[in-house]
Design a protein around this ligand. Structure first.
Ligand SMILES: C[S@@+](CC[C@H](N)C(=O)[O-])C[C@H]1O[C@@H](n2cnc3c(N)ncnc32)[C@H](O)[C@@H]1O
Length: 191
């Protein structure tokens, strides 16, 4: 059912959804680990889709943690609210992360896990989203975002990596998850 809903979302708006099927459990584990979710106090997810990352992140939270997810599609918001009760799911753009944090009584977050298809966004939207992310993070916080391996050497992929490096203190990569469709890794950018 969630798979069908995701495919429907992609057919409806391929540039926002970015992938015809959801990510794998293996990629969800990799991004959750890279973000250091177990030790984080405030965790934000961008673009949860139908909640593949959301449920893995939720299972890794400590008792003090506040976890919010920000999704632009109303139908996906409803799926994630039903799949992951207890998560604060906002129907909004990730560009409004600061307002969403304030709505749950937090000013900053320790990590952001992004599922957004950055390579499909224009330069202005990429800048807007990355600036908002940087501002929302605590010093020492991490921004984790996945990319398909074939996309990293395309001009848009290379430019996105440069955008991360221009803003963050360091940017490294996780292992590649070969079982994901398509194989993917994540950038881990440190504020
Ligand atoms: C590639 S899908 C990733 C879904 C899920 N995280 C996964 O990996 O299976 C991208 C998701 O980002 C959402 N999205 C796109 N632009 C957004 C924005 N500006 N703010 C919040 N969500 C957005 C889409 O609706 C979609 O759910």
């Amino acid at each position: 059912m969630q798979l069908l809903q995701f495919i429907k979302g992609y057919l409806d708006d391929p540039r926002a959804v970015g992938s015809i099927i959801p990510s794998s459990r293996g990629l969800a584990d990799a991004v959750t680990k890279a973000a250091g979710v177990r030790d984080a106090r405030t965790i934000v997810e961008f673009g949860p889709g139908t909640g593949v990352f959301t449920s893995v992140i939720q299972q890794s939270l400590n008792d003090e943690a506040v976890f919010l997810a920000i999704e632009i599609r109303k139908d996906f918001v409803e799926v994630v609210r039903e799949r992951c009760p207890g998560v604060h799911v906002f129907h909004d753009s990730a560009a409004n992360v600061q307002q969403c944090l304030e709505a749950v009584g937090r000013q900053k977050c320790d990590c952001i896990i992004s599922g957004l298809p950055f390579a499909l966004f224009d330069d202005e939207l990429q800048d807007q989203l990355l600036d908002a992310s940087y501002e929302a993070l605590e010093p020492g916080g991490v921004f984790v975002t996945f990319t398909y391996i074939f996309a990293q050497h395309l001009p848009k992929g290379e430019k996105f990596y440069e955008r991360l490096r221009e803003r963050f203190v360091s940017v490294d990569k996780t292992r590649t998850v070969w079982t994901n469709v398509f194989p993917a890794f994540a950038y881990r950018a440190l504020k």
